[in-house]
Design a protein around this ligand. Structure first.
Ligand code: SF4
Length: 297
């Protein structure tokens, strides 16, 4: 099932956003309830290519944006998607800020009937780090309050905290994990995913300030192993297996479609190619493949 862009406006201005700046400038009427219903009904009937991303993947739906929770008909849309796809896992990708409003969070938890996940991005351990990435003063406080509310109210809802790693926050990765362990010590109640950023949209435009090579990100991630082991459910996205220490390889997942990845020449000599993502195609175009080290087992 596809990534569905629920709404094109956002109240953050993240430096590594995978959308182009022009996305938010589009006329929002194409994202209103009526159009979303028309699109999903066409998709469910197999009437042509309705969605662009992950359209051929089956078994799940990602609701993305912009910031989906800002949609003026957000709750009607949630109810509609849930009703039309009763057994399909749905993941809502959000900056989490609207969940700082406890009434909004409670209404969401009631509407998000399982199987339902919410994935919220946290950019650092302090307002200084997080807000500099999000581009909005006060974003950190609201996102953390949103996480708090969902953890308190959302029994049955799967909460995932996403840490997207790039040049602006990589040095803060261990401190971000320490912050989570201190603030939300019951790690069985949520999962954590560390993601090497994708080169697309604003992250490409802002390459000078966010560009990050695996040789740098992997060093920090490798050093953080003792902290990572303290979380009940931890995952790594977009990391080639040869870039992380052996103990971290079981945490790596392949989440990108084959057309967005590449196995350069080094991978052809590698014993773990079948279990490995290879390199993100845009990463390969920007940085090449000289960091890869084929593994023997
Ligand atoms: S050499 Fe290629 S296939 Fe092997 S671990 Fe590295 S990226 Fe993966």
């Amino acid at each position: 099932m596809p990534d569905i862009a629920l709404w094109n406006k956002c109240d953050n201005k993240c430096v590594m956003c995978t959308n182009m700046g022009s996305f938010a400038l589009q006329d929002s009427s194409q994202y209103r309830l009526k159009c979303q219903i028309e699109k999903l009904e066409r998709y469910l009937k197999g009437l042509g290519k309705v969605y662009l991303k992950n359209a051929d993947d089956s078994g799940y739906v990602n609701l993305t944006g912009g910031e989906p929770t800002l949609h003026p008909e957000f709750f009607q849309l949630l109810a509609y998607f849930r009703r039309r796809m009763p057994g399909t896992p749905i993941t809502l990708l959000s900056n989490g800020r609207r969940f700082a409003d406890r009434k909004f969070a409670a209404r969401f938890v009631a509407a998000a009937r399982p199987p339902f996940s919410v994935a919220i991005a946290l950019h650092g351990p302090t307002a200084r780090v997080h807000d500099a990435v999000a581009g909005v003063r006060g974003a950190f406080g609201q996102t953390v309050k949103g996480l708090e509310n969902l953890l308190e109210l959302g029994r049955g809802l799967h909460l995932e905290i996403r840490i997207i790693l790039h040049k602006k926050n990589i040095t803060q990765f261990p401190a971000t994990l320490e912050f989570l362990l201190k603030k939300f010590p019951r790690t069985g109640n949520y999962s954590v995913t560390a993601i090497h950023y994708e080169i697309e949209g604003m992250s490409e435009t802002n390459h000078r300030s966010v560009g990050l090579k695996f040789s740098v990100s992997s060093k920090k991630v490798n050093e953080a192993l003792p902290l990572i082991k303290r979380f009940a459910d931890f995952r790594l996205y977009h990391f080639p297996l040869c870039q992380v220490r052996a103990e971290l390889r079981p945490f790596c997942r392949i989440t990108l479609p084959l057309e967005d990845r590449i196995y350069p020449a080094a991978c052809l000599r590698c014993a773990v190619k079948k279990k490995c993502l290879g390199l993100m195609l845009e990463y390969y175009k920007k940085f090449g493949s000289s960091e890869l080290k084929p593994l023997k087992k």
